[in-house]
Design a protein around this ligand. Sequence first.
Ligand SMILES: C[S@@+](CC[C@H](N)C(=O)[O-])C[C@H]1O[C@@H](n2cnc3c(N)ncnc32)[C@H](O)[C@@H]1O
Length: 279
Amino acid sequence: MLVYRLSGTLDDEDLTAALWEAGADGLEERQGFVRAYFAVQMPLDHLPELTGGEWLTEPERDWQADWKLGLKPVRAGRVTVVPSWLVQEVEPGQLTLIIEPGMAFGTGHHATTRMAIEALSSLELRGRRVLDVGSGSGVLAIAASLLGAERALGLDIDPLTIPVAFENAELNGFTRTASGLKSREGGLLDFAQGTLEGESYEEQERYGALVANLYAELHDLLAADYREAMQAGAPLILTGILEGKLELVREALEREGFTGVQERLDGEWALVTAINGPR
Ligand SMILES: C[S@@+](CC[C@H](N)C(=O)[O-])C[C@H]1O[C@@H](n2cnc3c(N)ncnc32)[C@H](O)[C@@H]1O
């Protein structure tokens, strides 16, 4: 990589104009110097005429490697979400959930996903069936399963998310079976395209916990469906809610007979938990 370095700042319009005119691909200011980047293919005996600085040849920068170096494991309660190359950094006693950052449909790096995993982590999920509405990458259903859920189902209206969620589950040691996925400990996990809308459930089909990372207006619309899909006394975890829209969710939950409504904030994002009331 060819760099022309001279003292100055990017506020100096004459200087930056001269560098752009000379054919620079990019400019950067670092420690009192302006650095102009030029295409490597430029013949060294035909360098643009510039004065006041010096030409440097520097090794190519691996932007992807730099980006990877900046990533850290995300600790969320008993679970740590990591990219595959940081698995050895998970502290002993933490459950490892591998999701490659940068991929679509939700990683542990968003405040809402992290808060939802923390809330799941505070529950005793062993022996429970968990429903994840809007499963995206599958991160929350996988977390529920790693936390001991007997069975977890992720539903998403976007069909593109389903194969991605399956792949992520496999990355976490789940194996495919004729009816979904199975964890190393024998927990069952599945993903399907769909949503909750006006469906009715037999008592034995109802879920022992429900998590949904959607948005406030949708929680308002789906509140009655959440209640129908859940056993009485089961915990509900809702996030994807902007702080300013909390009232909408609060009112919807009270209207439908949820009790013990609690809220948590992380920046502009809120997480709401509640308990399904008696039928
Ligand atoms: C913010 S992402 C959450 C992904 C993941 N659960 C997480 O926590 O990182 C929301 C997901 O909900 C899905 N979605 C949106 N509306 C939905 C609906 N009505 N029913 C089911 N899924 C829905 C979207 O396709 C998207 O994958």
